[in-house]
Design a protein around this ligand. Structure first.
Ligand SMILES: [Zn+2]
Length: 279
C-alpha cells in the first residue's frame, strides 16, 4: 500500500494537471457519489494536497473532494481522454481542457465543505501529516512524550495514523533503523537525546523518501545508487525487505520479525534491545 510520500507525489502530479483548471467533465462510477456530481462539475480546482494517505482536491466553491486509495485504488493522470487501457473500475474521472485525472478501484470518496474536512471520519482522527511544512521536531517529540503515546511500543506507534499520519510499513522499519532503536522499546524508556534523534529520523526519512521517489538510504548511498544505475528495489532501503542481507552500516545480518501483523526488518547490532542499549 502506498505510504505518505507516494500519496504526496501522486497529489503533486494531480496538482500539476488540475490546479487553476475547470472540471469541464466529471465521470462518477460510484453510486454513492452520484449526488455530488452537480457540486463538482464546472468547478475550478484551487489545489490538490494530501494528508497522510488521503487525497484532497480543493475546489473554488469551498468544497473539497476527499478520497482514500485503500489497498487497490490508484490515480492516473493523462492527456485529456487519453487514459491507458485498464480493466480497473473507474470511480471518479475529472477532465479539464487539457488533462484527465482518473481514480480507479477506490471506494472511499466523498465531497465535504473545505472548512468541515476535519469532521470527515478518517481525517478527524489523523495526527499531523509527517510531510507537513508546519510539523516541527519539537512537536514530534511532544507527541512521543505525551501520555497518550508514550507507553506504546515503537513498532505499534509508527503504524498508528493518530500519532503521525503518512507513516506505513517500510517507513516504520527505516525510521527505527536510523534512530538506532529496537521496535519493542516505548518512548518513555528513551532519553531526551534518543527522543530527539527519533523525532529527527521520523521527519528526515519520510522527507527523503518523498524527495527521491522512494529511497530512504542516506543521500551519499542514494547518489551512489543513481550513479551506478543500481536496481531501485535492491538499493532503496537500509533494512526493509533485506532479510539475511548484511547491514549497510555494520555487516550484521538483517532480521525479519512480525509486529502488529506486519513484517518489520531490523539490525540487532545497530538497534539493540532496551536492556542492551542501557548497559
Ligand atoms: Zn547494523
Amino acid at each position: 500500500m502506498p505510504e505518505g510520500p507516494e500519496i504526496r507525489r501522486s497529489a503533486d502530479e494531480l496538482n500539476e494537471a488540475l490546479q487553476g483548471q475547470f472540471l469541464e467533465r466529471v465521470e462518477i462510477g460510484l453510486p454513492s457519489l452520484q449526488p455530488s456530481h452537480k457540486d463538482i462539475v464546472r468547478q475550478k480546482v484551487l489545489k490538490v494536497t494530501s494528508w497522510g494517505k488521503a487525497m484532497l482536491i480543493h475546489l473554488e466553491n469551498a468544497l473539497s473532494i476527499y478520497s482514500h486509495n485503500q489497498l487497490y485504488g490508484v490515480w492516473r493522470v493523462s492527456a485529456r481522454d487519453k487514459q491507458p487501457e485498464t480493466s480497473r473500475s473507474l470511480r471518479l474521472g475529472l477532465h479539464t481542457a487539457m488533462h484527465s485525472a482518473v481514480l480507479y478501484s477506490a471506494s472511499d470518496i466523498s465531497v465535504w465543505p473545505t472548512q468541515g474536512l476535519h469532521q470527515q471520519p478518517l481525517l478527524s482522527k489523523l495526527g499531523p501529516d509527517v510531510l507537513s511544512d508546519d510539523l516541527t521536531i519539537a512537536q514530534i517529540k511532544d507527541r512521543l512524550s505525551s501520555p497518550r503515546f508514550c507507553k506504546s511500543k515503537l513498532s505499534s506507534l509508527f503504524l498508528n495514523q493518530h500519532f503521525i499520519a503518512g507513516i506505513g510499513n517500510y517507513l516504520r522499519s527505516e525510521i527505527l533503523f536510523f534512530a538506532g532503536l529496537h521496535p519493542d522499546v516505548t518512548p518513555r524508556q528513551l532519553s531526551c537525546e534518543q527522543l530527539e534523534l527519533l523525532a529527527k529520523a521520523t521527519q528526515s526519512v519520510c522527507l527523503r523518501s518523498y524527495a527521491t521517489g522512494g529511497y530512504t538510504v542516506d543521500e551519499t548511498r542514494w547518489r551512489e545508487a543513481l550513479r551506478r544505475n543500481d536496481d531501485f528495489e535492491t538499493s532503496r532501503f537500509m533494512v526493509f525487505d533485506r532479510e539475511q542481507l548484511s547491514c549497510r552500516e555494520c555487516s550484521y545480518p538483517i532480521e525479519r520479525i512480525n509486529r502488529n501483523g506486519r513484517r518489520l526488518y531490523l539490525c540487532l547490532s545497530c538497534q539493540p534491545s532496551y536492556s542492551k542499549a542501557h548497559r
